[in-house]
Design a protein around this ligand. Structure first.
Ligand code: ZN
Length: 409
């Protein structure tokens, strides 16, 4: 933690503690901000987790008078009550500044035409990509999701150069472009891919089919939205804008910091947010920190791409499995696509992992099945049941694709 960050955090905490019945005034009741003199003091503060935010529904997180709130966003309420995040004008502007910096880091300029397919609405995706591109001065094509026919027509007619999408939707579009043989009519040169973790195989497949360079962007609704960090040309982790955020990587079991290079949970503290500042927010995202500065010259620290989520990790026969565990196996197997699905069941008193993969046309399915099972065993000391289906048979999604299904009670 830099001295500037420490002072920003103290200033923010003092303000939050002074809000009568405020979210943090209640959560940190009894805290004397003057007692926080070092990074270690700060790291004794309790975490904020999604449940706290849900309990504050609808506007309990607001840390400014209503006259200063210009917008709300909401995270998807797949598990019950959604979370509402209020934004001030400055928050909206800071977010756009960060997002414009992301585009610049990816080499995108005001001469690009930015085709935006994430959804507009309560969640932060589409509008985040939009405001950032406008701040940069690029021409935006605000498509939103779905209607692949229209997407491809507009992409050709408007000569879009940058595709913003989830990895699932980028793959769907890439496969469609290939199927129709219109690659030479598409002007895309870059893709900015957000909101989903994806493997190298999928990345290579999209890059080849569309002939573009791709950049992983990071963010979450609770903390502005997408755009708080992005990969640079080196593609060795994502730079995080540490003039807006303080990043900790912690052991998800103990809450203690892990050394650089070791995977842990990303925990974020906002430094200058007004509408709904968050202190030590547990993202459930798993990544590691890079020790060395990046050779690209950017001064911002780097975390790895998101390796998994603390909540999509499954334990089978004592082996911890993330989507990335499976991707690591599949990337070495020829003749299959990047798509897969895993199911965990409890059968006859034993846990069992079944892996579905897609064979490309002409591939020997028995060979694929044996190859995947063998290579999985080699890397993970357990053997899954492998089922091979045809290309395109596993579900594609315009949003996030769930890969691992735990059917045990
Ligand atoms: Zn870099």
């Amino acid at each position: 933690m830099t001295e500037v960050q420490l002072q920003q955090i103290k200033k923010q905490l003092s303000r939050l503690m002074g809000i009568k019945d405020g979210f943090y005034a209640k959560k940190f009741a009894g805290l004397n901000v003057e007692d926080i003199k070092t990074q270690a003091d700060f790291e004794k503060l309790p975490f904020t987790w999604k449940g706290d935010l849900r309990d504050a529904y609808p506007l309990g997180l607001a840390a400014v008078p209503e006259s200063e709130i210009v917008r709300i966003h909401s995270s998807s309420g797949t598990t019950g009550t959604p979370v509402i995040i209020p934004y001030t004008k400055k928050d909206v502007d800071d977010w756009a500044t960060m997002f414009a910096r992301c585009y610049q880091t990816a080499g995108i300029t005001n001469m690009d035409r930015v085709h935006i397919t994430p959804g507009y609405g309560l969640w932060t995706a589409g509008i985040g990509f939009q405001n950032g591109a406008e701040k940069l001065g690029a021409m935006t094509v605000p498509m939103g999701p779905g209607n692949t026919e229209k997407q491809l027509k507009m992409m050709q007619d408007m000569k879009s150069t940058v595709l913003c999408a989830t990895s699932s939707y980028a793959l769907l579009l890439a496969e469609e472009v290939e199927k129709r043989g219109i690659k030479d009519k598409i002007c895309l040169t870059k893709g900015v891919i957000g909101s989903e973790r994806w493997g190298d195989k999928m990345r290579n497949s999209i890059q080849t089919k569309l002939g573009i360079e791709m950049y992983d962007i990071y963010g979450l609704t609770e903390v502005y939205g997408p755009g708080i960090g992005i990969e640079c040309k080196n593609q060795e982790g994502m730079h995080i804008w540490d003039d807006f955020l303080y990043v900790e990587i912690l052991n998800p079991q103990t809450g203690e910091p892990v050394p650089d290079g070791v995977v842990g949970e990303v925990v974020l503290t906002t430094l200058v947010k007004e509408g709904a500042p968050l202190i030590r927010f547990q993202t459930h995202d798993l990544a590691f920190k890079y020790a060395e500065p990046c050779s690209c010259g950017l001064p911002y620290p780097r975390i790895s791409k998101i390796i998994g989520r603390t909540d999509d990790m499954v334990k089978v026969k004592g082996c911890i499995i993330f989507p990335s565990t499976i991707e690591e196996v599949l990337k070495d197997i020829p003749g299959i696509t990047s798509e897969y699905k895993a199911e965990v069941d409890h059968v006859d008193g034993r846990d069992q992992l079944t892996l579905y993969v897609e064979a490309e046309g002409g591939t020997d399915r028995t060979e694929v099945s044996l190859g995947v099972a063998f290579h999985f065993k080699e890397l993970n000391k357990m053997t899954p049941i492998v089922k091979v289906v045809g290309e395109g048979e596993l579900p594609r999604s315009t949003k996030k694709t769930q890969r691992i299904f735990d059917n045990r009670d």
